[in-house]
Design a protein around this ligand. Structure first.
Ligand SMILES: Nc1ncnc2c1ncn2[C@@H]1O[C@H](COP(=O)(O)OP(=O)(O)OP(=O)(O)O)[C@@H](O)[C@H]1O
Length: 264
């Protein structure tokens, strides 16, 4: 379980996250969504431990992030975090990179070798496995970065924009299916950001909707539609994230109908 409790984060004096609270149950797949610049990556960075909130706390399995050396070490073993612009070494091969991450997370070598083969097959990286990462395409690097989070075999996965960065349709499909299965069948707790409503509808158990650094909704996709009074998830999310946009569309359609009525 992840508990985010009254988290505030500032860059300089500007608050970016304002009193953010929510709880992710074990085995849930939660999507964080919001307009550009609203604080999604900042929130995931706080969860991932690369940023320290100025107020509030984040706990994994009851252990607070960045509170004690032992607690933080325990969390780091259990959490794999992938930023949207993950750094990757250029002068090691894809296979070496994955094995090194497995070792870092204490995965038995024999198990890691077998898992690496399955990951390379999953992402169609077999032909590149012994090539230096510096020669990978953008999409191939993204696939390797995602494989790097899966090889860690952690009970928590935090992935910033896992479906962006040049993934091809087969890669998107692979990531969707694997994340859903990990959450549903293995009880892995997954938190991701993605702006794509179709993916949210297909994957999300619950959605954190952020607007201007605050949580405006934390609901299932069905709950989001009900809350916004819309039958489609994309309309519901737009209404919650950009209320003025939906009001503007409603107004435009009303004006058009009344003009048509007058001219008849
Ligand atoms: N290192 C930083 N220093 C100063 N301001 C920052 C820094 N990182 C992000 N910001 C600002 O904080 C706000 C939130 O940024 P963040 O990247 O968390 O948003 P986001 O919701 O992930 O955006 P996007 O959808 O565009 O990826 C933005 O206004 C951004 O300009």
């Amino acid at each position: 379980m992840i508990r985010v409790d009254s988290v505030w984060h500032h860059y300089g004096i500007r608050p970016v996250l304002k009193d953010v609270s929510f709880t992710v149950e074990t085995g849930e797949l939660v999507v964080i969504l919001g307009p550009n610049g609203t604080g999604k990556s900042t929130l995931l960075g706080c969860l991932g431990g690369i940023l320290s909130p100025i107020r509030g706390s984040i706990a994994f399995h009851g252990v607070n992030r960045r509170e004690s050396v032992e607690g933080e070490r325990e969390i780091r073993k259990r959490v794999a975090y992938l930023p949207d612009d993950a750094w990757m070494p250029r002068d090691v091969t894809g296979r070496e990179y994955l094995i090194a991450i497995g070792r870092l997370y204490g995965v038995d070598d024999f198990r890691a070798f077998e898992h690496v083969n399955r990951l390379l097959a999953l992402f169609h990286l077999g032909t590149k496995q012994d090539a230096l990462i510096g020669g990978y395409s953008t999409g191939q690097r993204k696939k390797l970065a995602l494989a790097g989070t899966l090889i860690a075999e952690t009970p928590y996965l935090l992935l910033d924009e896992p479906f962006s960065g040049g993934l091809d349709p087969a890669g998107i499909q692979a990531v969707k299916k694997v994340l859903k299965k990990l959450a549903d069948d293995q009880g892995i707790t997954v938190v991701i950001t993605t702006p794509v409503p179709e993916i949210i509808e297909e994957l999300a158990d619950r959605v954190v909707v952020l607007r201007d650094g605050s949580v405006v909704a934390y609901e299932t996709p069905a709950g989001i539609k009900q809350l916004a009074g819309e039958s489609r998830l994309d309309d519901a999310l737009t209404r919650l994230m950009y209320p003025e946009t939906m009001d503007g569309i409603d107004q435009y359609m009303r004006d058009e109908h009344s003009e048509q009525g007058e001219s008849r």
